[in-house]
Structures are given as structure tokens and as C-alpha cells.
Write a protein of this length. Structure first.
Length: 345
């Protein structure tokens, strides 16, 4: 069976290598004449597998329909030259994605590095191995659920071909929604997580979907035309907020413990951050949207960070801290009364 698939792939390659290329119906007809039992879905999958294997196959719309071709001059294309420093950058990227649990992206980069090794000298491979051994990435919170390769493949294809998708999604509260039709626009890396930025036709607006919460993704076959304001919304949200929760930017002023100054110099809260001195105290000035990510970040600093303005953010933090204190008091009271017993195994 595997031999048959390989020979089929070789035949398909010979079709797309021709100057005129071939449409999927044309490929299906010729393969059937050659004795292959195939359908258009199998051929499309084969072409995508060849693309994923590194063959520069692309589509072109013609009077005959959508034609599949391969880049001119591919037959004699030499390996892409890559420097040791460029390979080192790939290693860092691979370790970074692996550290926060995105195994799929990490595996794709690792596969690329394997190909790089095969096409370079033993001296190059030895030097790269030495660099790899000198890198350690501290593990962070992993993705809650690894995604199958097919989800990435579907999303990348949908974004590239501008095709709507139907998704099943589970939000942070565990509520599932089915058959949501989206126009997928971009994959966004924020806070060490991957999100899908898409226009949701049910909500009639831009929404952000955490990839690890996608339960199912299917192509609808219906194309869409991106609107200019969609791209502007994505840029505005990613620039003006922490994380991806949309919010209108406002000026935020924080008074921080002087001991935290160096920390915020090395790890700014936001790209708009400015550090200044006000009446002998260290202040941070930000222009950022007030959302859950900002609130969560500030709560972690406790009394060492105080909100000067706006009052809305100060009251929100006061409310959250008060609720947390009351909850903790209740737990302790229950423990003292014997109503709550904690056991560890």
C-alpha cells in the first residue's frame, strides 16, 4: 500500500512539473487511466502532503480552473545556504516553543533542523550540537490540550486561501459552542500562547480564539474577502492591550516599590511603559487597555504596586483583592471548624 502511495506521489510530481501544470480533475483522470483508484479528495491530500514535505507546489487560477504547479527551476535547486548563527536561531525558537508546550511548532522546527544537518558538513553539525547543548529553556505553563496537526493544517490553509471555517470551541468557563462560522485572519502569539484572530459572523465582530480550546475545525468551502477594518482591529488590539482581550487604551499610572524598578526595566509590563520619578517615588506610565490580563498581572505584585489612576482600575483591583481575602478567610474558618479536611497523596 505504501509503495502504491509513493508511486502515486511520483506521478503527481511529474504532472505538476510540466510547464502548464494540472488541475485536480485532470490528475484524477490520468491516474485512473493508469490504474490508480483515487478521488479528488485523495489527490488534494497528496498535493498537500507534498507541499508539507517541502516541494514548492502552488496553485494558479486559469481558464482551465485551478492549476497545480511547481516553482520553475526546482529540479536543479541547490540546498538553501544557512549560517551557523541562523541555525542557532532555529534552535532557540524550537526550544522556546517546546518550553511552553506547543509541541507541534517545536516539532516542525526540529524537522527543519534535521534537514539542515543532512545538507551540511560534519563540522557544521558538530558546532551546532555544541550550541544546542548550551541552551536550556525553562519550562512554563504548557498548553492545556495538544492540538493535532490537522488543526494547524486546516487553519493555515484557510488563512492562505481565505476560506471560512466552522469550529467547535470551549471557552475558559468550559462552555462549548458549535458550528460557529469564522473568517480566519491571523495566528497571534501572545503571552506564550497561540490565538486565532477571526471575524465571527454570529457575534458580528472580531474575536480571539485560544488554539488549545479549539475542539474541531472544518473548512466550509465558502470564501471571504477580508475588510480593511479587520486588520486594523487586530493591530490595535495587539498593540494596545496585554494579552489578547480587547479593550480601549487609557493612560495608566502606577506607583511601584523602588526595589521593583530594575525588574520593570528588564521586563516591561507593556511596550508603552515609561518609568519616572514623582515626588520621590517611582512611577510607571502606560497606555494600555484595562482587561483581565492587566488585572491578573497587577494582582500578583500585591502591595508593591499601587494604582494612581485611573480610578476604574484601582476599584477593580480593590474588588478582586477583597474577594480573594474573603475567600481565603472562609477556607481557614472551615478548616478550624473541621468542615474542611485536606489530604495529600
Amino acid at each position: 500500500m505504501r509503495e502504491g502511495r509513493y508511486s502515486r506521489h511520483l506521478r503527481i510530481l511529474s504532472f505538476v512539473l510540466s510547464s502548464r501544470g494540472k488541475t485536480i480533475p485532470e490528475i484524477e483522470r490520468i491516474l485512473r487511466e493508469d490504474g490508480f483508484e483515487v478521488c479528488s479528495r485523495t489527490i488534494r491530500r497528496d498535493l498537500q502532503m507534498l507541499q508539507n514535505a517541502g516541494f514548492p507546489i502552488y496553485t494558479e487560477k486559469t481558464a482551465r480552473g485551478t492549476v497545480w504547479k511547481i516553482t520553475d527551476g526546482f529540479k536543479n535547486t541547490p540546498p538553501i545556504p544557512i549560517s551557523l548563527l541562523q541555525a542557532f536561531a532555529l534552535v532557540v525558537a524550537e526550544r522556546s516553543f517546546a518550553a511552553f508546550g506547543n509541541t507541534f511548532v517545536a516539532e516542525q522546527i526540529a524537522s527543519l533542523l534535521k534537514e539542515v544537518r543532512c545538507k551540511h558538513t560534519p563540522e557544521f553539525e558538530k558546532a551546532l550540537q555544541t550550541l544546542e547543548e548550551g541552551i536550556f529553556a525553562q519550562p512554563t505553563t504548557p498548553f492545556s490540550r495538544p492540538l493535532p496537526e490537522s488543526v494547524y493544517d486546516t487553519l493555515v490553509r484557510a488563512i492562505r486561501e481565505q476560506v471560512k471555517v466552522k469550529v467547535e470551541y470551549q471557552n475558559a468557563s468550559g462552555v462549548k459552542s458549535k458550528d460557529r462560522i469564522l473568517a480566519p485572519l491571523k495566528l497571534v502569539l501572545a503571552g506564550q500562547q497561540l490565538y486565532l484572530a477571526a471575524y465571527c459572523y454570529a457575534k458580528k465582530g472580531m474575536r480571539w480564539f485560544k488554539l488549545s480550546r479549539l475542539l474541531a475545525v472544518k473548512l466550509t468551502g465558502e470564501s471571504f474577502v477580508p475588510k480593511p477594518e479587520w486588520d486594523e482591529q487586530i493591530k490595535r488590539n495587539t498593540t494596545n492591550v496585554m494579552g489578547v482581550f480587547p479593550a480601549e487604551p487609557v493612560e495608566v499610572e502606577l506607583e511601584i516599590d523602588d526595589k521593583l524598578r530594575q525588574y520593570f526595566e528588564e521586563a516591561p509590563l507593556h511596550a508603552s511603559q515609561k518609568i519616572t520619578r514623582v515626588r520621590g517615588a517611582t512611577h510607571l506610565i502606560l497606555r494600555v487597555g484595562i482587561n483581565e490580563t492587566l488585572v491578573h498581572e497587577l494582582m500578583g505584585f500585591g502591595t508593591r504596586v499601587r494604582v494612581v489612576r485611573p480610578a476604574e482600575l484601582a476599584y477593580l483591583l480593590l474588588e478582586r483583592h477583597t474577594a480573594a481575602i474573603e475567600f481565603q478567610k472562609q477556607l481557614l474558618d472551615n478548616q478550624d471548624s473541621g468542615e474542611l479536611a485536606l489530604e495529600f497523596e
